[in-house]
Design a protein around this ligand. Structure first.
Ligand code: FAQ
Length: 317
């Protein structure tokens, strides 16, 4: 390695070790750049695809108040996608290219969005469990070593926290309603609990990226550490709602000071992230359709930008 690169690498290592931020202008190892692009793009795609399960319920929300809340939440997710694509662009990639990779299934998005939202109770449970898992995973990313990602995460986490509360508040209203509503909530929790645990990624022993990502200060905790935190956080919340989490092995372990819980179905997880989940084909097809339908807007914006640039050039000449 040339001496100059060695010095830059030493500076990078020292910045990470001192818990300072790496900024776009700074030298960074190619692996660090690639890992960030992979993770941030996957995260951005998740926010964008993640609008679909809930978006499907906007027109069927049971009151104007619920409709306004859901609309605002889904719009927030679009905003998160935009901040994250902008953060990825600081690493030298192009948003258009990332979108192509998503709709060609060359880049992943979170497994959770490949499950359908079948009842209105799912809107509450997605807020409670899916946004709850997202917060657990994302709060540590506010301290990620890459500045633009860490800063984007601060605002995203504040909004996710509101999302989680609106879901929990909706569930509280439902469990204080009729027997049918309580049954709807329990049925929904039964479907979403295990996929929510899978959001944290494979078990640590099967996670090829965790060790290096932690050494680089991208990830601050392992997948299993965050999954455990989420289980411990959810158990009292489930008790307050009066719902049962669908895991016969779930119990408090006083020695560990944490809950023991059962093994998620990792074969199902692998199938879902390889494209064979219940809604993968539908989600990607919908995103592709929306992208194709928006082509005229991109063309018009480009034509306008070209015209403005030509006028500026003319005026300068
Ligand atoms: N789904 O070695 P690891 C939201 C892939 S929240 C799909 O452990 P890593 C908010 C992984 O990419 C959801 N793929 O990987 C919202 C890798 O594949 P690759 C988004 C998964 O990166 C709420 C392979 O498995 N949040 O959107 C998943 O160190 C409600 C090996 O795994 C984020 O993206 C999965 N669950 O750790 C929106 C958070 N897990 O790329 C709307 C940021 C793993 O090598 C409504 N990301 N894989 O082919 C992260 O924290 C990390 O990337 C992990 C995975 C923890 C997800």
């Amino acid at each position: 390695m040339p001496e100059e690169t060695q010095a830059l690498e030493a500076q990078f290592d020292a910045t990470v070790a001192a818990d300072r931020r790496i900024e776009p202008r700074d030298w960074m190892p190619e692996g660090y750049r690639k890992t960030l692009i992979r993770q941030i793009a996957q995260h951005a795609h998740s926010e964008i695809i993640g609008m679909q399960p809930e978006g499907n319920w906007i027109l069927r929300a049971p009151s104007l108040r619920r409709k306004a809340i859901l609309l605002a939440k889904v719009q927030d997710e679009a905003g998160h996608g935009m901040y994250l694509y902008a953060a990825a662009e600081t690493l030298g990639v192009d948003r258009e290219d990332l979108t192509e990779r998503l709709i060609d299934s060359r880049q992943k998005y979170s497994s959770i969005f490949n499950y359908p939202a079948l009842s209105y109770a799912d809107i509450g449970v997605i807020g409670w469990l899916v946004d709850g898992a997202a917060i657990c995973n994302q709060v540590p990313l506010c301290r990620c070593s890459y500045g633009p990602y860490a800063r984007a995460m601060i605002r995203i986490c504040k909004e996710e926290s509101f999302h989680q509360r609106q879901g929990y508040e909706l569930l509280l209203a439902m469990v204080n309603g009729t027997d049918t509503q309580r049954e709807m909530v329990q049925e929904s929790v039964n479907r979403w609990w295990w996929p929510s645990l899978m959001m944290f990624g494979p078990p640590d022993g099967d996670s090829p990226n965790t060790q290096q990502s932690m050494a680089w200060g991208i990830k601050r905790h392992t997948n299993d550490e965050l999954r455990q935190r989420f289980v411990d956080m959810s158990v009292p919340q489930a008790a307050a709602l009066g719902v049962t989490l669908p895991d016969p092995d779930l119990r408090w372990n006083a020695d560990r000071g944490a809950h023991d819980y059962g093994e998620p179905d990792w074969a199902e997880f692998k199938a879902v992230i390889s494209g064979s989940g219940p809604a993968n084909a539908q989600r990607v097809a919908h995103r592709r359709r929306a992208h194709d339908n928006g082509a005229w807007v991109r063309e018009a914006a480009q034509a306008y930008a070209d015209k403005q640039a030509a006028r500026t050039k003319e005026a300068a000449a």
